[in-house]
Design a protein around this ligand. Structure first.
Ligand code: NAD
Length: 428
């Protein structure tokens, strides 16, 4: 069905690039698609369009530096493109293509009316001054301007981009259009049309999805032992919500180290300690553990909320938890996925588990275009409902088809996208 045949057989799934990994996922999903939609499936195996742009900027020292940027719209069948913008030295077209495709699936899984898109610049933003970063952002925004618009393509923050970068993109687009266009990006400052509740949204979605799974597995979250990898935007919020719900956060791991307390860590104290000391190590009531001991910790729930490719064939077999929730994008390699499946570990896949962020981005866009803003309680209640409904749809599909949650989520998302194509018909 798709183009995976060009992947050399000597490449193990551990060494696939992100786009090939996505193609493998589509390949695994294809046999489960409704028969009438299968002929349309090749649409998913390439982007609708991809734009490569040169981004020259004048550095503070007067020299000119050139960077390569991308904006990929993987699929627009269900609505405008939606997906973040990443600034990182490792950004490639293939990576942005994969991330845009996962956005297509994710947006369809939570049934928000968006297609999938993603953008990025191959740059190390940490070596740029603020004025250089602003010039980089404004030139990039101008170069991809032809794709953007509240009804065309709506960027958001991703790695190394934040609400300030979104404010610059909104302003650049608005200047080019001759009007203030708040709905063209999400993840903006609240004072510029950003949404309340956005900061915790992804962690909150991770928590809600986990609670929904646990309930169906007769696992009580109150008293459950939870270990969280990644203690940033996603992991910290998730850990805090688990602790507030009575779970024992028995281990935390971030780039600075790993800590545990079988009786439960104080998540807020750990955050304050890390803020003051730059490391989790030494947090009150914790003992340090070796990073490689993290995945084998005695826990009921593991949350992977750091980065991609963390759970591999080398460590998947160590996991003793019943449930693994993917807060990060792509934390489990395809090989590790099969090991977890064999060992009976239920995996809540990224395209479902971390969709809380894009869901509140959708709320931000709705609030911007209606110029009517909601309370944080309203936002959280709507987020919880969307996550619960999406979880139920994926769980029920997995049960009905006898497949893992990842396959079920991909089938659900891909079928919604292909259904939209089928209903719209083939142009011309
Ligand atoms: P972040 O930068 O705020 O936090 C990342 C955390 O991971 C940090 O605590 C860092 O120390 C830790 N970390 C990095 N490398 C590590 C390693 N090798 N081992 C252990 N810990 C490590 O990022 P974030 O916004 O929390 O995003 C985390 C993941 O969630 C990413 O994969 C991101 O794409 C995904 N995600 C984020 C959002 C969002 O709204 N922020 C939405 C969807 C998906």
């Amino acid at each position: 069905m798709n183009n995976v045949s060009h992947i050399p057989s000597y490449l193990s799934a551990e060494h696939l690039g992100p786009w090939e990994t996505y193609l493998v996922q589509i390949d695994r999903v294809e046999p489960h698609l409704a028969a009438e939609l299968r002929p349309l499936a090749p649409i998913l195996t390439r982007p609708k369009r991809a734009l490569i742009v040169n981004v020259p900027i004048r550095l503070d020292n007067g020299e000119i530096a050139h960077f390569e940027g991308y904006r990929v719209q993987h699929n627009l069948a269900r609505g405008p493109g939606k997906g973040g913008i990443r600034y990182h030295p490792d950004v490639t077209l293939a990576e942005v293509m994969a991330l845009s495709a996962w956005m297509t699936v994710k947006n369809a899984v939570v049934n928000v009316p968006f297609g999938g898109a993603k953008g990025g610049i191959r740059v190390d933003p940490k070596v740029l001054s603020m004025p250089e970063l602003e010039r980089l952002t404004r030139r990039y925004a101008s170069e991809i301007n032809i794709l953007l618009g509240q009804d065309k393509d709506i960027p958001a923050p991703d790695i190394n981009t934040n609400e300030q970068v979104m404010a610059w993109i909104m302003d650049t687009f608005s200047m080019n259009e001759g009007k203030t266009a708040m709905g063209v990006v999400t993840g903006k400052p609240v004072s510029l049309g950003g949404s309340l509740g956005r900061k915790d949204a992804t962690g909150r979605g991770v928590f809600v999805a986990t609670v929904e799974a646990a309930r169906r597995m007769s696992l009580d979250i109150a008293g459950a032992r939870v270990a969280v990898q990644g203690f940033g935007n996603v992991g910290e919020a998730a850990a805090r919500l688990f602790a507030d719900a009575g779970a024992k956060v028995v281990a935390l791991q971030d780039g600075s180290g790993s800590i545990r307390n079988p009786g439960g860590l104080d998540v807020r104290a750990a955050k304050a300690w890390r803020q003051h000391n730059g490391s989790l190590i030494g947090a009150p009531g914790s003992e340090p553990i070796a990073p490689e001991a993290f995945w084998g910790i005695d826990a009921d729930v593991m949350v992977a909320a750091a980065m991609e490719n963390q759970i591999t064939a080398a460590n998947a077999g160590l996991i003793r938890a019943r449930l693994l929730t993917e807060g990060a994008n792509g934390p489990t390699t395809p090989e590790a996925d099969l090991i977890l499946q064999d060992n009976g570990v239920t995996v809540i896949p990224d395209v479902l588990a971390n969709a809380g962020g894009v869901t509140v981005s959708y709320f931000e866009w709705v609030q911007d275009i209606s110029a009517f803003f909601w309370t944080e309680d309203e936002i959280n209640a709507r987020l919880d409902r969307i996550m619960r409904e999406a979880f139920a749809a994926v769980w029920d599909a997995a049960t009905a088809k006898g497949v893992p949650l990842r396959t079920a989520a991909f089938v659900l998302g891909c079928e919604r996208v292909l259904q939209a194509h089928a209903q719209r018909g083939l142009y011309p």
